[in-house]
Design a protein around this ligand. Structure first.
Ligand code: IVH
Length: 676
């Protein structure tokens, strides 16, 4: 075997392995940029050495085969991928190929330049304007039927606006907006003790759930960028008109899409996107440039894997180097011990980073980062700082390798790693770090919403031995608190009153606060409105939980188990004895879901004029003042929000709810992700 064919074989095996990790398991092993480099090397090798080419080479395929969890769907038209350009020169080379292919001067051409969202491609079928199927791309020809999960995507119409005849497919990307990703990960940390590495994995993992109730808990969004007219009955001349049409039908399309004339404007616009990539509401890994004129697209046609009339200009990931000061471990609500890096502060993707997650023991070992090393830092999903690896510094003597501590940094108890799991846990149920997180979660706004119970105070109560379980909160007396440092008669009284006031919280919010694994707000509401009381829920057989709308097998099993665990049984007895209601009130036509709450709206909320939004809040018992204060329950942030309201909310730590979640807020009085 020649050196080249050996290398090609090696590259094919590597790429296949990474395809499997990325597409089938939603768990990439290497950064996207490294994957792209492997593909490029193989392509160059195949181009320069025709003898190493192979019919079945991964370079001729799109994506990866489907997994066995979902049934297969053969796409009516193949779902192709895009060719990539990695810099302006490669983009100009594509522009010249287009001009040659059309035998036209490039200045005559109009291009659409739009964000390339890093998500998961979906094709959604509509018959007579009604959603009938949702499928993933799979290998481009055959995808997975994920219809049930697709129906849970909040901004995706299940019935199109207006009269729409015939059959068509709308294709686009499922993604999680940056803001939603932050709250989702906070919730994941709370409920599952784990986080997603980036929005793309979170979106893909959420959509490919066996249990659509789990998908429903995830803040998925869909962006439409392609219309496949299966009956060929629509007469569009330009791509941009199909985008406008899809938007009129009720799809979300990229508001940033620009139509530009001529090759240089196209290159300049794509560079503009690179400079402004962090200003968008979603993570992008490049821009997609498409010939706008549909007749010219026909002339250009396709290669075996991608259209010739479009190209993806990929942006390099934004990475910085800095010094690793130390590696510490933090303990979460479930006892999970997460290592993190303490860094010399460095600005990455628009903000200063001084802490970065290292995920788990294996990741630290794999990356072999040691205190004192110069390390590469980037933001996963442009949000969560992470350490990529150490930079080689010839001549510098490195410090010793870091070892995972054997003892909990908080309580000194043993840290244990169970069997095959990659995570390590503090197994001391009385560990104050765990209790702190549990109590904070219980008191958080979507749960019992107890004002005045922040991190410092909870730590103080734990330290004084006044609480060791959420149920202890209800026995706190003014005289226990008023003598503590930082408390006076007044603040002690108001805290005790706030705790007392939370006793009337409906069951759904108590269930959220208990932090039962997998039970997020959607499932908590489904369980509470079905059973109406904790007693009925705790007695219900598993099949009954499983059969509920909005609850699937995973959630049912977890809730069922929770209600039978002796420690939880005792906690519930104590909560009841303390006077918690543990029932869900019957919802009348327009429930007072926002009674006594001040909800500030800023920016345009889709489907509501400002006046309609305010009326809707008032109809649920709430008020909508014009400015943000300490008393504000939450701020609804629509399109083009006011900067001063947003920064005031940030400053005061008032939760911000996306415009898309406004209907949810009206209906339930809460929102489906923990505020960031
Ligand atoms: S068009 C036939 N437009 O990127 C052309 N794709 O790397 C179909 N993507 O498979 C794709 N944003 O999953 C198109 N604005 C956009 C996109 C986009 C993200 C994804 C899509 C595609 C992949 C190629």
């Amino acid at each position: 075997m020649s050196k080249e064919s050996e290398r090609a074989e090696f590259l094919r095996a590597e790429i296949t392995r990474h395809n499997d990790a990325y597409f089938v398991h939603d768990a990439p092993i290497i950064p996207d940029a490294d994957y792209d480099a492997l593909i490029r090397e193989l392509r160059t090798l195949e181009a320069e050495h025709p003898e190493v080419r192979s019919e079945s080479s991964v370079t001729t395929k799109v994506g990866a085969p489907t997994s066995t969890v979902f049934s297969e769907v053969t796409h009516a038209e193949p779902m192709l991928s895009l060719d990539n350009a990695f810099d302006e020169d490669e983009l100009r080379a594509w522009r010249d190929r287009v001009a040659r292919g059309l035998d036209e001067d490039i200045s005559n051409l109009t291009f659409a330049v739009e964000p390339k969202i890093d998500g998961l491609a979906l094709s959604i079928t509509y018959v007579e304007g009604v959603l009938t199927q949702g499928a993933t791309r799979g290998d481009g020809r055959v995808g997975e039927d994920v219809t049930d999960n697709v129906r849970t995507i909040r901004n995706l119409p299940t019935r199109l606006k207006g009269t729409v005849r015939g059959r068509m497919e709308v294709r686009g990307e499922v993604f999680i907006a940056k803001r939603d990703f932050v709250s989702l990960n906070q919730r994941q940390r709370d409920l599952e003790g784990k986080e997603f590495a980036n929005p793309r994995n979170a979106a893909a993992g959420s959509l490919r759930q066996k249990d659509s109730a789990v998908s429903a808990e995830r803040p998925l969004s869909f962006l439409a960028y392609q219309l496949v007219d299966l009956d060929q009955s629509m007469r569009f001349v330009n791509y941009i008109d199909t985008i406008h049409q899809m938007s009129e039908w009720g799809f979300f399309t990229a508001p940033e899409t620009r139509l530009v004339h001529g090759g240089e404007a196209m290159v300049a616009t794509s560079t503009w996107f690179e400079e402004h990539r962090h200003d968008l509401q979603y993570e992008i890994d490049g821009v997609v440039i498409k010939v706008d004129d549909l007749a010219r697209r026909e002339v250009l046609g396709f290669t075996s894997r991608a259209p010739r009339w479009a190209i993806a200009r990929k942006f390099p990931p934004e990475e910085r180097t800095t010094r690793l000061v130390s590696i510490e471990v933090s303990i979460g609500r479930t006892g999970r011990a997460t290592p993190y890096a303490v860094l010399e502060p460095v600005v990455v993707a628009g903000s200063t980073v001084s802490l970065a997650t290292l995920h788990n023991q294996d990741q630290v070992a794999r990356k072999d980062v040691r205190p004192g090393d110069l390390v590469i830092v980037r933001k996963a999903g442009e949000v969560i700082p992470e350490v990529v690896g150490a930079v080689d510094e010839p001549g510098r003597k490195r410090g010793p390798a870091w070892h995972f501590p054997k003892k909990c940094p908080d309580c000194g108890g043993r840290l244990e790693r169970a069997g095959e799991e990659s995570d390590t846990y503090c197994i001391n149920p009385a560990c104050p770090a765990q209790l702190l997180q549990q109590i904070l979660h219980f008191a958080s706004r979507p749960a019992l919403d107890i004002e005045g119970l922040g991190e410092q105070r909870v730590a103080q109560l734990l330290g004084e031995g006044l609480v060791s379980d959420v149920a202890d909160l209800f026995s706190l007396r003014v005289e226990d608190l008023s003598s503590l440092e930082g408390f006076g008669e007044l603040s002690a009284t108001s805290l005790v009153e706030a705790i007392g006031g939370s006793k009337t919280a409906p069951l759904s919010r108590v269930l959220i606060g208990l932090g039962i694994r997998h039970v997020g707000p959607v499932a908590a509401r489904a369980l509470s409105s079905a059973f109406r009381s904790y007693d009925a829920l705790a007695k219900a057989p598993l099949e009954e939980l499983d059969a509920l709308d909005g609850v699937g097998p995973v959630i049912a099993a977890s809730a069922f188990r929770y209600c039978r665990d002796p420690e939880n049984v005792e906690r519930m007895v104590r909560l009841r004895a303390a006077g918690l209601d543990l029932t869900e009130p019957e919802v009348t036509s327009l429930a007072a879901t926002l009674a006594g709450r001040a909800v500030v709206v800023t920016g345009a909320v889709e489907g509501f004029s400002r006046e309609e939004a305010e009326l809707a809040i008032a109809a649920r018992g709430g008020t909508s003042p014009g400015s943000v204060s300490k008393k504000t329950y939450c701020v609804v942030v629509g399109e083009a929000p006011g900067a001063s309201k947003v920064s005031k909310a940030q400053e005061l730590g008032i939760p911000m709810v996306s415009g898309a979640a406004f209907r949810d807020l009206l209906e339930t009085g809460t929102w489906s992700t923990t505020p960031s």
